[in-house]
Design a protein around this ligand. Structure first.
Ligand SMILES: C[S@@+](CC[C@H](N)C(=O)[O-])C[C@H]1O[C@@H](n2cnc3c(N)ncnc32)[C@H](O)[C@@H]1O
Length: 388
């Protein structure tokens, strides 16, 4: 049997194991990892092949879930990204005709149309139906050492034309195993996520509360924007995430400027509420979420977001900034949540963005559309507490 035909059998076996879970398991990527580890004799390149085939399947599920095996394999091979890992498989099985007449709008859930009609436009679909690239954030002003390391590994990269310090890596690589990462000179952070704080431009030297800090992706960026005299109180309901944040802050050399807190108190120059959300902006990276998210998920998320925004807004000093962010493209979680907040909090008003990166804000916030800069999707609102 040829290598490609034996890969086909392994792919179909992995798929059969996932099939009962692909419309119900929020943690499907972890299940895929476990399934791949369980495959004996699969090297790292083959693991990359199966990962790409499985994620391609999830990305295009309505086109595939009711097909016979031959049609499914032809379609997945045609749709998969052409990489070193997938090349042989694609050469053997890809048949562009197998996609004739298929409707791309079926590849987003129907209910999403009411939440985000713009996502169904052809140019947004072009991006939303592909894998998001690997974006990094430089945490050094002298990145030559970082670039020298990548050159020695023959990695290709491009600095972002949109934001200084954001770099796109073109290879499928694990940067966490490199010296620049261990030295804290780089962090993995989607460009869209980096644009949120850049859009509101926190004043250097300010004292901020990062109320939903998680493992600190944005906390570290905020520390850099606030500079050496800035201070951050980082809060989250997950102590394990805050412990990871502290480790990353040490690696980045900013630990002395970040204090983790179980119960925020007092007033701050700025409060960031990077709220828990449906993650509908991350479907390029986590396509399984398209099929496990429901309208009820969105309504529940919006209820939580309203509560958190109300709770943490109390910590903004008069004249201070309130930044609300999600990695969702759903109206209820974004503009509608902000509109509700403003209706019930007349002491806050929308504030202008320092930069909008070619995107058009509404009166309630700025959506970072994935197609604009090849990113995940995000939303950010910038509000200010009135002084009187
Ligand atoms: C979108 S994630 C934050 C990501 C993080 N800011 C980053 O940039 O990497 C939302 C976070 O909100 C936290 N969270 C959920 N409910 C919360 C609550 N009641 N109070 C504070 N944080 C909460 C979650 O644990 C999660 O870490």
């Amino acid at each position: 049997m040829s290598i490609a035909h034996s890969q086909r059998l392994t792919f179909l076996r992995l798929l059969a194991a996932l099939r009962p879970h692909w419309r119900s398991d929020v943690a499907l990527p972890a299940r895929i990892q476990t399934a791949l580890r369980g495959e004996r004799g699969v090297g790292s390149r083959d693991r990359r092949l199966y990962r790409e085939l499985l994620f391609t399947t999830l990305r295009h599920l309505p086109w595939l879930e009711h097909c016979d095996d031959d049609t499914l394999v032809s379609r997945v091979a045609t749709l998969a990204a052409d990489t070193r890992a997938t090349h042989g498989f694609r050469e053997t099985f890809a048949t562009p005709d197998s996609l004739a007449g298929l409707d791309r709008t079926q590849l987003l859930p129907d209910w999403f149309r009411a939440e985000c009609p713009a996502a169904f436009e052809p140019h947004q679909l072009d991006t939303l139906l592909t894998r998001a690239p690997l974006w990094l954030r430089l945490q050094t002003d002298t990145p030559d050492e970082v670039f020298a390391d990548w050159t020695s590994r023959q990695w290709q990269w491009t600095p972002s034309p949109t934001l200084d310090g954001a770099v796109r890596l073109h290879d499928e690589v694990d940067v966490t195993q490199t010296e620049p990462y261990e030295r804290g000179q780089i962090e993995v952070q989607d460009l869209g996520s980096q644009l949120l704080l850049a859009a509101v431009a926190p004043q250097p030297g300010g004292r901020w509360l990062d109320a939903c800090a998680g493992a600190g992706g944005k906390t570290l960026q905020l520390a850099r924007l606030l500079g050496p005299t800035g201070r951050i109180a980082a809060h989250d309901i997950r102590p394990a995430a805050l412990a990871e944040l502290q480790m990353r802050a040490r690696r980045a050399g900013v630990a002395s400027r970040i204090e983790t807190t179980g119960a925020p108190s007092g007033l701050f120059d700025g409060v960031l509420v990077d709220a828990p959300c449906s993650g509908s902006g991350t479907w390029r990276r986590s396509p399984h979420l398209k099929w496990v998210t429901t309208p009820a998920t969105i309504t529940r998320a919006a209820t939580t977001q309203r509560t958190l925004l109300d709770r943490f807004a109390r910590h903004v000093r008069p004249g201070g900034q309130l930044v609300y962010a999600t990695c969702s493209l759903c109206h209820q979680e974004n503009e509608a949540t902000v509109a509700h907040f403003l209706e019930t909090h007349p002491e806050f008003a929308p504030a202008p963005f320092a930069q909008t990166f070619g995107l058009t804000p509404t009166s309630h916030g700025l959506t970072i559309w994935p197609a604009a800069h090849d990113t995940d999707g995000f939303f950010v609102a910038h509000l200010r507490r009135r002084t009187v």
